[in-house]
Design a protein around this ligand. Structure first.
Ligand code: SF4
Ligand code: SF4
Length: 504
């Protein structure tokens, strides 16, 4: 079904390059001997280990608990023994290391006992959210935000519409497309649960019109679900970055999420198709999130496709399974060519947000040194947020962070459209990411300094108060002493008078 759709400014029509990875069904990645599980695979606080080295664990067993409100649990993706809890390289553009749990698998892949829920409507909304949190579910579209929080709009918001994002607009990535083609039932299970958790009725499943098989698969299953009578599939025009949350809402509703605002302010909550599938598995089958579909594709991949991969699987093992031309140590892209980033480590683990590994890009332009900005304005004409990338670039380059904020740096969704069209090949998004990181670091520093200043002022105030109280106590003591002395002297004098009177 195609509704009366609106549009967003800018954007690009890109060559999707999706065919290469959609020729075969989803396959299972072989079980790795060693799974490396970063404790931070989501936005928020890192999870806290609840196992120790030497512990034997079963598939699906909790190995780290949520720490704080914005956090989720982490599970063993297979059975085996915990062999290390230490710093390991993680898939991050800066080549960071972070605390990871290493699991040596035993090859038996033995599950814990799974608690299935046959009728989720017997559970309260709170209980549903709790299961989703304990199942470790985060947004699988790339952001990794804990899903249970997005299913709790709070008492001040009413959710009018749930949007299921099956747009997958970035070239090369096809994991959501294949999931919709092959597992539409599981996706709809999750949608039923989310509709119930959000106490909403309306749901839109948005899919780009270049995915006719996915649209057909969902539309075939939908009429069988009476609970989903107010759910519809909307095919939206293929244009990058239509899958970005705010742009998708604008296309579907014509409404713009205000700068710094939340989608729920418009009565809308957006979830990814893969997240919906994970929620269905967690509630109906008692399975925590321990794997995801990863697209492995690119000109240098012999067996491109989509692979159900356990978290922690070393990416180089997955690449070896797909037979690539890549040599150890050579870089590859995690994510798509627009928003992804280069990685070059060899034992980096697949994590909850790893949707695509790209090795070799078609018609890749040779890497050249950026040329000076010619102020052509092409970058502004394609920005889907309506920003001025050229100005942002100048201020980011000059490290004038205040100015970048005045130009709404934090509204930038890092879609890469501006860099893509820039005739001078300036890596604009790199500058914007750098400026964001610097600003956040500065804000952290300011926060720390403010806290230290407040602590110092509080200490001074306390010391002054203590001094005043001490002086007051001393004054009171002196006054009391003087009063006692005066009383004694008076008593003495009276006694003397009394003695004198008797003698006279
Ligand atoms: S597209 Fe590139 S060259 Fe043109 S104004 Fe933007 S930054 Fe400058
Ligand atoms: S990366 Fe940011 S500035 Fe560039 S086009 Fe996308 S949203 Fe606009």
């Amino acid at each position: 079904m195609t509704d009366n759709l609106a549009s967003f400014p800018g954007g690009l029509v890109l060559d999707g390059q999706k065919k290469r990875s959609t020729q075969t069904p989803i396959r299972q990645t072989p079980l790795a001997k060693k799974l490396i599980l970063p404790l931070q695979q989501h936005i928020g606080e890192a999870s806290e280990p609840i196992v120790k080295v030497g512990d034997k664990v079963l598939k699906g067993q909790k190995i780290a608990r949520a720490e704080g409100h914005v956090s989720v649990y982490l599970h063993a993706p297979s059975s085996g023994t915990i062999t290390a809890i230490d710093e390991q390289p993680i898939p991050h553009p800066s080549g960071l290391s972070a605390l990871c749990i290493t699991l040596e698998t035993d090859g038996e892949d033995r599950w814990i006992e799974r608690q299935q829920v046959d009728d989720f409507t017997r559970l309260s909304q709170h209980e549903i959210r709790q299961i989703i949190r304990e199942a470790g579910i985060v947004g699988l579209g790339g952001a990794g935000f804990p899903s249970y929080i997005k299913l709790n709009p709070g008492v001040h918001h009413h959710v009018e519409t749930l949007i299921l994002n099956g747009v997958e607009c970035e070239p090369y990535i096809t994991c959501d497309d294949m999931l919709m083609r092959e597992r539409s039932e599981g996706i709809l299970d999750g949608i039923e649960i989310m509709i119930y958790a959000l106490r909403t009725k309306n749901c839109i499943i948005a899919i780009e019109d270049n995915k006719p098989e996915a649209i057909a698969a969902i539309e075939l299953e939908l009429p069988k679900r009476p609970k989903l009578k107010n759910t519809k599939v909307v095919a939206i025009p293929t244009r990058y970055p239509a899958g970005s949350e705010k742009q998708l809402i604008e296309v579907l509703t014509g409404k713009q999420v205000p700068s710094g605002g939340l989608t729920v302010d418009l009565g809308i909550v957006c979830h990814n198709i893969g997240t919906s599938y994970a929620i269905g598995r967690a509630i109906k089958h008692g399975e925590p999130l321990i794997s995801r579909i990863v697209t492995v594709t690119g000109t240098d991949v012999k067996h491109a496709g989509n692979f159900e991969t356990l978290f922690g699987t070393p990416m180089d093992e997955l690449l070896a399974f797909c037979e690539t031309k890549r040599h150890p140590g050579e870089p590859f892209i995690l994510g798509g060519p627009m928003m992804g980033y280069n990685l070059s480590g060899d034992h980096l683990p697949v994590t909850k947000t790893a949707n695509c590994i790209l090795v070799g890009v078609d018609n890749a332009a040779p890497i050249t040194k950026p040329l000076p900005c010619i102020r052509c304005g092409d970058c502004a004409s394609v920005c889907p947020v309506g920003l001025l990338p050229q100005q942002l670039y100048w201020h980011a380059r000059a490290k004038d962070l205040e100015k970048t904020q005045q130009y709404n740096l934090f509204d930038c969704i890092e879609c890469g459209c501006c860099s893509y069209v820039c005739p001078s090949k300036i890596p604009l998004v790199h500058y914007f990411r750098f400026a964001k990181t610097e600003t956040m670091n500065q804000q952290q520093e300011t926060l720390k300094a403010d806290n230290a200043r407040i602590r110092h002022e509080n200490r001074l105030e306390r010391q002054t108060l203590e001094k005043t109280e001490k002086e007051q106590r001393q004054r009171q003591r002196k006054a009391a002493l003087a009063a006692t002395k005066a009383a004694k002297e008076k008593e003495k004098m009276l006694e003397q008078q009394h003695t004198d009177n008797q003698e006279n």
